[in-house]
Design a protein around this ligand. Structure first.
Ligand SMILES: Cc1ncc(COP(=O)(O)O)c(C=O)c1O
Length: 427
């Protein structure tokens, strides 16, 4: 197994995987399409959609004592257990929200208002869901906002840059697991270890929305206080965010119904379908893992499945960048610039930020769409990318984000279309 170049799935397994997802090769209207915008909402597992529909079809409220209600309670409990399994978290609380952003605002609110300290630390690459929550509550509580800069070479944030901002008076640190602009992974294990060397009881909050669908997370190695995911970027459904909280985090004062236990963060009626989707996601990754190992342990299978996803995606990333004997990769097509192109692929999720010389990102996205390819432009006029792009000195970029259910053939088709797009200029 080559960790730096990845390892693609066999053709047979690749097809089996593809068959488990909706709309991989065609759009809703049956048109042939390459969907390379999975950082904006990933392909959905058929099983997740089916489970969502079936569980949501039940009229029952889970807070009752009849059979159907008990069944729904069981679905919720299994989903919460699977959320812990994804993070390898023990204890603490799991809570469901409508979006990952909503959960992040709630978490930051609780820490900022209830934990002492005169400064808060975050990074310039954070999604607005955490960056804006951090800056809003820093201002509201009179704390200094400290922002770690990005690294132009890696496309990520250096551990040193984060740790340098932490001191004994830091109220909390909020940092993402991987950038949804460059794909660069942040070394969270080192961040946690070194930041707690400075302040042992530091509250640490991690946005894992981008990274969770692409690699193994292990809170036993990275003990943080809060971590959230968005199932719609993790092969599941929209309208859902799932967050895990440490015991001490869960007990901080927060919005809750007075009579509920101290560590409950859910407000209002639960939506069991959210939890059913999470279990369908974990079932799928475990199925994938079981193609490679004998274990019957759910976490071991899950970890193996995620490792294989990571390796296949790394192989796709290598193919996208360097191509093959028959198709040149993005690094080798004249007129294409790959931004933040760090050589060590093991430090990157499957996201590429690129430009085409004679096209603005918006024009390029349009041209790709005309040819049946969905990619996304990250531009400074967008509140979702301005701060990050500025930190990299970029005015804009095309974001290309395939998923593990896609193959070398899909990447090659993208490369051919890209070559056509650049070639058209000379014609
Ligand atoms: C890294 C990251 N964090 C958080 C979010 C917010 O997720 P949601 O749309 O569920 O609020 C996103 C969404 O794009 C994201 O990419």
């Amino acid at each position: 197994m080559n960790k730096s170049t990845g390892l693609p799935f066999s053709a047979t397994l690749q097809q089996e995987i593809k068959d488990r997802f909706h709309f991989v090769d065609e759009d809703h209207a049956g048109r042939r399409r390459l969907f390379f915008d999975n950082a904006g909402g990933s392909f959905r597992l058929k099983a997740a959609i089916e489970r969502h529909a079936l569980v949501d079809a039940m009229p029952d409220c889970s807070e009752r004592m009849h059979d159907a209600a008990l069944h729904l309670q069981d679905i919720e409990a299994r989903g919460a257990a699977d959320a812990r399994l994804i993070f390898n978290a023990q204890g603490g609380s799991v809570f469901a929200s409508h979006t990952a952003s909503g959960a992040m605002f709630d978490v930051i609110h609780a820490v900022a208002e209830n934990v002492s300290g005169n400064n808060v630390v975050t990074s310039v690459l954070e999604h607005p869901s955490s960056f804006d929550a951090v800056s809003y509550y820093a201002e509201k509580t009179g704390k200094t906002l400290r922002v770690a800069p990005s690294n132009l070479e890696t496309g990520g944030i250096d551990v040193d840059a984060i740790v340098a901002l932490v001191d004994k008076d830091t109220c909390f640190l909020s940092v993402m697991y991987a950038s949804n602009i460059s794909g660069a992974k942040i070394d969270i294990e080192a961040v946690v270890r070194r930041a707690r060397e400075v302040k042992p009881d530091l509250y640490i909050i991690v946005d894992a929305v981008q990274h969770a669908p692409h690699g193994v997370i292990d809170l036993s190695r990275t003990p943080v206080d809060a971590m959230n995911i968005a199932p719609y970027k993790f092969f599941g459904c929209r309208g859902s965010g799932l967050t895990w909280l440490s015991e001490r985090m869960a007990r901080l004062p927060h919005h809750k119904l007075v009579a509920k236990a101290e560590s409950v963060w859910d407000l209002g009626s639960a939506a069991p379908a959210q939890f059913a989707v999470l279990t369908a996601i974990v079932d799928y990754v475990c199925w994938l893992g079981a193609q490679f190992i004998e274990s019957t342990d759910r976490r071991e299978r899950f970890v193996q499945g995620m490792k294989r996803i990571e390796l296949h995606e790394r192989a796709l990333l290598g193919r996208l960048l360097d191509g093959s004997a028959t198709v040149p990769g993005l690094r080798h097509i004249a007129g294409v610039t790959v931004h933040l192109d760090y050589a060590d692929l093991s430090k990157r999720d499957l996201i590429v930020a690129m430009s085409i010389d004679h096209l603005t990102p918006a024009q390029a996205v349009h041209e790709y769409a005309q040819r049946g390819v969905i990619v996304y432009e990250r531009v400074q006029s967008s509140l979702y990318s301005k701060r990050m792009l500025e930190s990299f000195g970029l005015t804009g970029a095309i974001r290309v984000s395939p998923l593990h259910c896609q193959s070398f053939d899909d990447v090659d088709r993208f490369l051919q279309i890209t070559a056509e797009l650049t070639g058209e200029r000379a014609a």
